[in-house]
Design a protein around this ligand. Sequence first.
Ligand SMILES: *Cc1c(COP(=O)(O)O)cnc(C)c1O
Length: 462
Amino acid sequence: MRYVSTRGSAPVLPFDEAMLTGLARDGGLYVPEAVPTLSPKQIAGLEGLPYEEAAYLVLAPFIGDSFTRAEITGAIERAYAGFAHAARAPLVQLGPGHHLLELFHGPTLAFKDFAMQLIGQLFQIALARTGRRITIVGATSGDTGSAAIEAFRGLENVDVFILYPHGRVSEVQRRQMTTPCEANVHALAIDGTFDDAQARLKDLFNDHGFRDEVGLAGVNSINWGRVLAQVVYYFTSAVSLGAPHREVAFTVPTGNFGDVLAGSVAKRMGMPVAKLVVATNQNDILHRVLTTGEYRPATVAPSLSPSMDIQISSNFERALWWAHDCDAAAVSRLMAELGAGGFTVSQGAFEALRELYASGRASEEETLDTIRRTRDETGEILCPHSAVAVKVAQEHLQPGVPMITLATAHPAKFPAAVERATGLRPKLPPHLADLMGRPERITEVANDVAALQALIRERRTA
Ligand SMILES: *Cc1c(COP(=O)(O)O)cnc(C)c1O
């Protein structure tokens, strides 16, 4: 399996190299040259399998010969062994035809663990093979950071630097990043928004001298390995509701478009997906582009669902690449226009996007109301991101097509919002019960690439 850049002029790489590289050298994102497919019989065969076995069958065709079968199955076993639920991604029913996929039973309580735990294992195997040392730098709107730290803390040949927007993550999210005490973990509070953090991250990658000097690697969802790992739960949840013999739909709380893009990959692989509904909070650029074709970033307004407070949605580039029939020149042009303020999707690409994706938004009031109402009606306590999605999903229910809404974080990661909605403060699970009492290490850094480079050079343990 070969990976090419959405912008067409970076080296073509096998899976392991594309994973270790992160952002392509031409500024684009790696995508599989061709998406492997599963037959209806193979898809039906996933039903009832342990999550780990289903994961192997879905992932292996994308990994090719980058890792042996034993390496892949071992990595998958270790990745999910620490999850607190035997089903890994359990499905609960919210109402007639509406199901909630709980993706928050991993160690850091957000769906990010599904991908980060797995690529953490695969990175270790690949690095042990080459003796290479790397510096991982990640930008986070809150949950990627803790998931990356959990996956890479204490590893010998890896430093992990995480940029989070100062003052714009929940206290639980911040503490999950600032309390781990391993010397290879560096949480940096950047003076700016998540979009600033992600832009500086791209600056670091685009400085090829610095990139090679520190062995830069990326674990944001610009990393194909992240997107790929998330494809699995689209299959396991859909087959448990009757796919491939019937269509299902998904609603996904969306920020950087990595999670919902994984759903589109499941569809390309042959899963009958009627619609992928993109749910946004008041930072609704994705809802706007999917209804008007205009991608014009506005300023970010902090919300109750901070992991979706974003205007520059990196993985949308991969969706555009597919919508343009893999035309890298067209994607490069749009990305250049984005740098100059925004772009308009062509009619043909817009229709291709609309064929697959629907969208909706939830205001702050609607988010709180959905947390309250869902608890009253079902007993399920939603995090604010999941609540945004439940509200939007309820507007997109179709008779005869089960709707699966992704619950992306545990409510205890966002206790203030949940308490405002319900009067109840959700408790952290036992392994994090003392989080609020642990000492923090906070480093503030300017929104400036030279300042970041200096700090990374100084702190690196390599
Ligand atoms: C990261 C995150 C999202 C958004 O996922 P994307 O893949 O960036 O679209 C939604 N909810 C939570 C809780 C998250 O951590």
